[in-house]
Design a binder for this molecule. Structure first.
Ligand code: 5AD
Ligand code: SF4
Length: 432
């Protein structure tokens, strides 16, 4: 008889892919079927994020809720980044949890469900040559890991502690996987890694020399692939070769994530980001110049310890100069095991004011950008059914576009004339 699996995924795209990988592993073992109903599930999993304090709190409130409604005999497993960093403490704080599996240990899921109080949070475990999971939640877009872990030492960030050192996945495995998903109908691949444009720096066994730009070109040659996206590149590794390949290869979607974190060179130095405000601006403005259709998104942390009003103003200056199409902004959240964990915090009222100021400024910029799209024609790859007989998809430059249409449009690219704009979505009409 089939078993029911409930899985909740918090955090980033990497976690989404890890969850797919886990589902694939479980399906090899047994006939698991996904359910949204926790009370019916035989296995309840939460794939956690620890990048800020909030998602960690969420973990404990969520598993507490699962315990109350779960059926007799159902198992609860905690996976992912918080599993890596809290480890055994999870059993202490939530004794009804059956197993804990860290972010780099997803391939051990079968062992975990079959051994009482199993725990594995090894960050040295090397699964860089492990087979890609067969399960994919979307037939139109495939997440593909190209590396695991992170070698950077950004002072605020817990990820190197939860995902271990950076190891690139061998080219032949990546290409085989890209070909497989293309053969199964996905026209878009989304390459994943903590620092994708540092690809090729270290493999776990001998490998020919290759960098991220070369990898992009090879993937663009795979038959059936029409769109390539990736996240996250690091501003430090945005050399001219990378910007040129990005601009000139017509399979690479013109959407670049450039995590700024701060626009103050002093704060960037304190964060150990490895670049200055000038370098960041040089790269972003060069990209705007050589690739005018590009959408640039970023991550910004406000109120990093020691951030003065002048430092914050520098961040706003960069925001005004680059005019990002999207900003993910956060208040600094001290994380255990990081160099910035115990630095004196900025007053929370000031931090909140800065965050609100940044978000309001960004909304003004974004409203103007979105209005400027009205009247343009985009190639939109439709991926999702929406209520009221509508479908949504992404333009090549990553605008979210909505149009009237039904299922038959999914997995297809259409020319869409933009009729009106809201802050987060463009409304369009399919013209061919
Ligand atoms: N506090 C606040 N934001 C953080 N991020 C990473 N660590 C922290 C932290 N300690 C943000 C960064 C990163 C994004 C994924 O999360 O902006 O790019
Ligand atoms: Fe992803 Fe980082 Fe959160 Fe881990 S801590 S799930 S790598 S965002």
């Amino acid at each position: 008889m089939s078993k029911l699996l409930f899985i909740q995924t918090l955090g980033c795209a990497m976690n989404v892919r890890d969850s797919e990988h886990i589902i694939a592993e479980l399906k090899k073992e047994d006939d698991y079927i996904l359910t949204d109903d926790i009370s019916k599930a035989d296995l309840i999993l939460i794939n956690t994020c620890s990048v800020r304090e909030k998602p960690v709190h969420k973990l404990f409130s969520e598993v507490g809720g699962y315990e109350k409604v779960k059926k007799d005999g159902a198992k609860i497993g905690v996976l992912g980044c918080t599993a890596s960093h809290l480890g055994k403490e999870i059993f202490k704080r939530a004794p009804y949890v059956d197993f804990v599996l860290g972010a780099r240990n997803t391939s051990k899921i079968t062992k975990a469900i079959n051994s009482p109080k199993f725990i594995s949070t090894d960050i040295n475990y090397d699964d860089s040559e492990y087979a890609f999971g067969e399960f994919r939640s979307s037939p139109y877009k495939a997440y593909i890991n190209i590396m695991i872990g992170c070698d950077k030492k950004c002072t605020y960030c817990i990820v190197p502690q939860t995902r271990g050192d950076e190891i690139s996945i061998p080219l032949n495995l990546i290409l085989k996987e890209v070909q497989k998903v293309a053969d199964n109908g996905a026209k878009e691949v989304f390459l994943l890694g903590q620092n994708v444009n540092n690809y090729g720096k270290r493999f776990s066994s001998f490998h020919e020399k290759i960098d991220f730009s070369d990898l992009l070109v090879k993937i663009s040659e795979v038959k059936g692939i029409e769109r390539i996206r990736f996240t996250s590149p690091h501003p430090l590794h945005m050399d001219d070769k990378f910007l040129d390949v990005f601009t000139n290869n017509d399979k690479i979607c013109k959407s670049m994530h450039m995590p700024l974190q701060s626009g103050s060179s002093a704060i960037l130095k304190a964060m150990k980001r490895g670049y200055t405000k000038e370098w960041f601006l040089n790269r972003a403005l060069k990209l705007r110049k050589i690739c005018p259709e590009v959408n640039i998104s970023t991550d910004i942390i406000v109120a990093y310890p020691g951030e003065s009003d002048a430092d914050f103003k520098d961040t706003i200056k960069v925001v005004n100069e680059v005019e990002f199409e999207q900003i993910f902004s956060f208040k600094f959240s001290p994380r255990p095991l990081t160099p910035a964990a115990n630095l004196p915090l900025i007053d929370d009222e000031i931090a909140s004011k800065r965050l609100t100021f940044l978000q309001n400024r960004q909304n003004e910029i974004l409203d103007k950008i979105m209005q400027n799209q009205v009247g343009k024609i985009f190639d939109v790859y439709f991926e999702e059914l929406r209520p009221n007989m509508q479908v949504s998809g992404r333009s090549f430059s990553n605008f979210n576009v909505l149009a009237n249409g039904t299922e038959e449009l999914l997995g297809r690219t259409k020319k869409v004339l933009i009729k009106s704009a809201k802050r987060m979505v463009l409304d369009g009409e399919i013209i061919s």
